[in-house]
Design a protein around this ligand. Structure first.
Ligand SMILES: [Zn+2]
Length: 235
């Protein structure tokens, strides 16, 4: 009798294989899918807001990219070293936040070179990517740029509204996998918004990586003089 039961059981198993693989393919495993996204912060460092942001990102295991104004680096050297030590990407936002578009070549190159030099002295030899202030650069000026450039695909205009709820909902309404989000770590409201955005999106399966990591994860080899807008769009 026991033997017959065993045979019946085996037949049953053969006729009705485990549904698990199909269930996984049809979406029950969605919570395990990782979407990558990059938070970027311009115009820092500003000690009082940037340090609070770094604390919050560390607690959440989130990486970000910081485009720094060169003339603010020296007085915040320890904050900038902390960015690198904690796995964030550090980039160049010119020495004094100039609009490169329309500038003469030697002045524009000096604005970029000076910040690059300070970053190399502080953090070591590396390629420090550029975000032109206001995102503005013409074809004419691009030929002078020797590093990859970063724009953005999600801009809640945090500097204009300085309203945490508005910034959070704007980002959550526009974000998608591969987005590059623009914020400024110089406003307390933007720091609050960034941390709420991280909490919400991590709960939806997003992981926060640097821009460099985002492009690598999407198989993009960054080129000098190219402006990256998101993981799958460049100018
Ligand atoms: Zn800026």
């Amino acid at each position: 009798m026991r033997r017959i039961l065993m045979i019946v059981f085996l037949l049953f198993v053969l006729m009705f294989p485990s549904p698990e693989p199909d269930a996984a393919a049809s979406g029950e495993a969605d919570v395990e899918v990782t979407y990558y996204v990059a938070l970027t912060f311009d115009d820092g460092p500003r000690r009082i807001t940037t340090e609070r942001l770094l604390d919050g990102l560390r607690e959440r295991g989130a990486s970000a990219t910081f485009f720094l104004i060169g003339e603010q680096i020296e007085e915040n050297a320890d904050v900038v070293q902390r960015m690198k030590a904690e796995g964030h990407q550090v980039g160049n936002h010119t020495w004094s936040h100039v609009k490169i578009e329309g500038m003469n070549q030697s002045a524009a190159q000096e604005e970029i070179r000076h910040t690059d030099q300070v970053l190399k002295e502080l953090l070591g030899e590396d390629t420090y990517w550029l975000r032109p202030p206001y995102g503005l650069i013409n074809q004419r000026e691009r030929s002078w740029i020797t590093v990859p450039m970063v724009q953005w695909s999600v801009d809640p205009e945090d500097w204009k509204y300085q309203n945490t709820d508005r910034v959070v909902s704007s980002v959550l309404n526009h974000v998608k996998p591969g987005s590059i989000i623009l914020l400024h770590d110089t406003y307390p409201t933007s720091v609050d918004a960034a941390l709420r955005i991280v909490d919400t999106l991590q709960g939806q399966g997003y992981e926060f990586v640097t821009v460099e990591e985002l492009l690598a994860l999407n198989g993009v080899a960054p080129q000098a003089g190219t402006m990256y807008v998101s993981a799958d769009q460049s100018l």
